[in-house]
Design a protein around this ligand. Sequence first.
Ligand code: ARG
Length: 459
Amino acid sequence: MALWGGRFTQAADTRFKQFNDSLRFDYRLAEQDIVGSIAWSKSLRSVGVLTAAEQKQLELALNELKLSVMEDPEQILKSDAEDIHSWVEQQLIDRVGDLGKKLHTGRSRNDQVATDLKLWCRQQGQQLLLALDKLQDQLVTVASENQTTVLPGYTHLQRAQPVTFAHWCLAYVEMFERDYSRLSDAMNRFDTCPLGSGALAGTAYPIDREALAHSLGFQRATRNSLDSVSDRDHVMELMSVASVSMLHLSRMAEDLIFYNSGESNFIELADTVTSGSSLMPQKKNPDALELIRGKTGRVYGAMASMMMTVKALPLAYNKDMQEDKEGLFDALDTWFDCLEMATLCFEGITINAQRTLEAAMQGYSNATELADYLVAKGIPFREAHHIVGVAVVTAIGKSCALEELSLDEMKAFSEVIEDDVYPILTIESCLEKRCALGGVASDQVSYAISEAEKRLESR
Ligand code: ARG
């Protein structure tokens, strides 16, 4: 039975009912709706709408319902209730009779759905914090195992200067750390309880809303009833945090897809996260990574769709807002799955250190070292840059590396070059020279690893 039949003389068209009903997706709020209802029943008792015995009876029935829902959430989908709020109320009435009809006193589905969704966002946010944490943890593990694994560093996808695989991992640890902080920050901001705001103007019962907020684990009650029922900032904030994090995941996936290509051959992904081709027997495709990259678009789509849905809504609640859930659920599910999948990819990754070293030694990524060497010998940098450019062209002509040029050949570029140039041109030297904070030198990398470990342990 609908919650609002009295005013109507005609039944809803079945097509409208299908169009209007939200149970098929908001059934995911069942637990939150029940928990919110228990808290509300206590508020009703505190203002004398329910007796202590009535409240106890409702609480008992709601707790039973919660257990049953947790065991079998799919049962909800068999109902033709309009939404999760109607479903919970109907179940309650089935269990305790007319007493169940008292629960909605002073409450509206508008403050109810806002509360349910915030509770859900908080729970999901906590799962996501954990998933971000796990991925960082895995990256730090791979980093500590690969402190001496040399990797070509790129700009413009051209080999630029050598780095280490550890340094590359730690770059993504930084990105996921910012995502973690953004998510915590957003969660902190929406830690406010809308329940007791009524339909829009506030509830007509003298309920202690701060106490109600605390009983549901919120920091405080929301301050304005109109805002309370129409605010969906938390939905948009979560989706924007998800979007930025998906961007990080997608860039990481793209790097790894490239490293995994036959042309690079830097890494091999485990069989557990790859798939084959139906036609080409030799293929092992990086599907997990490609899907991470691909799913990024759909998270952005959900965010854009939500912004457009809300942008022209007058205060306060409008049914348009029911459109908030599917996109949010999908975006956060997708983000969670991608974090988990990325973690899984690193668990089984094999790094071909011989190949990454070879690649780092090709491509003249020690050219900057030669220029710095000339500068140290008194040549102005701009001139040194030009000299080394000529040296690189010469080496390319001879199909050799800079360090393979003889001293005589070197001297043809500049008289100041001596035998001491060769140690400068080694990969070790390239790496170790970058010893300022945040650089790729081994001390800096091991310092970064221990700082990241400390950070992860302290949460
Ligand atoms: N299913 C609705 C939603 O998701 C619940 C709130 C309904 N409120 C109303 N006044 N019709 O937004």
